[in-house]
Design a protein around this ligand. Sequence first.
Ligand code: TXA
Ligand code: MG
Length: 344
Amino acid sequence: MNRDTRIFGTTEEEIQQAAQLIRDGGLVAFPTETVYGLGADAMNAEAVSKVYEAKGRPSDNPMIVHIAERNQMNMLTNEITEDMKLLMDAFWPGPLTMVVQAKEQVPRVVTGGLDTVAVRMPDSKPTLELIRVSGCPLVGPSANLSGHPSPTSHLHVDDDLHGRIDAIIQGDNCRVGIESTVVDMTEEIPIVLRPGIITNDQIADVLNKPVEFDPAILRKPEIIDSGSLLETNSDYVPKSPGMKYKHYAPKAEMIIFMGDADKVRLAMAEEKMERMSYGQRVEVLVYDNEDPSKAAREFFAQLREFDKTGVDVIFATALDEKGVGLAVMNRMFKSAGYNIREIK
Ligand code: TXA
Ligand code: MG
C-alpha cells in the first residue's frame, strides 16, 4: 500500500489527470461541501475493495455513491419514485444521500452485500467535474482512517492517508463540516438513518408527509467494547451498518457536559482546575445553541487540532438534540464514546 500520494489543484488539466487515475482503478480523495471523500470507480469492484483497505474500514459498512448528473441514477437503480424526484429538485447538488433499491450491476462490495445503494450528488464544482470526466459514479466514504474524525480539509486527508492513496484534490475547506443526511427511500415512509444539516422537518416539508428517524440515532448504547458498540437492546440491528462502529474518536479522553448552561460552566471550570493540578492539558469546546451549523462546521477540525497539540482531555458542552443540533450531537456522542457528565 506504499503509494506516492500526489496533491492536485482544481485546474482542468489536474482534474483530467485525477480522472485518469480513477479510470485506472486508483484512489483519489475529493472535496465536497460536507467532508472530503475517498473516490474510486463505483462500478469497479477491485478499486472499491482498495478503498476499504486504505481506510481500514470493515467491509460490511456500505459506501455512498456520488453522481454528477441525474441520469447516472439509471446506472444504479430501476426505481426512481416521485418522492425521490422531489428531494433531488430540492436538495441536489447538496448534503442529502438517498438509499434506494440497487440494480444488479452495482457491485455488492459497494453496498456491503445489501440490495440497496446510497446515492448523492455533492455540491462541489471540482468534484462534479471529476465525476463527469471520469465517466463513472464514484464511491466516496469520508477520506479518513476508519475511526478517526472526518476530514474537512485536504490537510486532514493527507495526515491520515498519505502513502495509502494515489492523489488528493485540494479544494476548499468543507463548509458543512459533518457528513450528509442519509434517508432511506425504499419504504413508503422515508426514514433518516444518519442526521445531517438537512433536517427531518425540511425533508417532511418537501414531501408533504411525515419522516421518521431510525431509532438507533436516538438511542445511546450501554457498553462500548473494543470499538464496537453493543446496543442496549441486543436484538436491535441498526439499519445503517455504519452506526455500530466506534467513530470520530480523538486521541484525547473526551467528556460531554449536559444540563443547565450556568451549572455546566461551573462544573467544567472546577473539573478543569482539578485536572490541571494533576498536570493534564485540558481543552474546552463551548457551543452556541443558537448556531449549531457553526458547531457542525468546526467540530471535527477542532478534534484534529487538539490531537496535534497533545491535549489529554476535551470537555464539550452539549447542544439541544433537535434539528442541526441533533446531527452534531450524533457525532459528539460517538467521538466521546458516550462519556457523558449529567450536571444536576
Ligand atoms: O457527506 C457524506 O456523505 C460523505 C461525503 C464524502 O460525501 N460521505 C460519507 O460516507 O460520509 P461514509 O461512507 O463515511 O458514510 C456512509 C454512511 C454510513 O453510515 C453507511 O452505513 C450508510 O451511509 N450507508 C451506505 N449505504 C447504505 C445502504 N445501502 N443502506 C443503509 N445505509 C447505508
Ligand atoms: Mg465516515
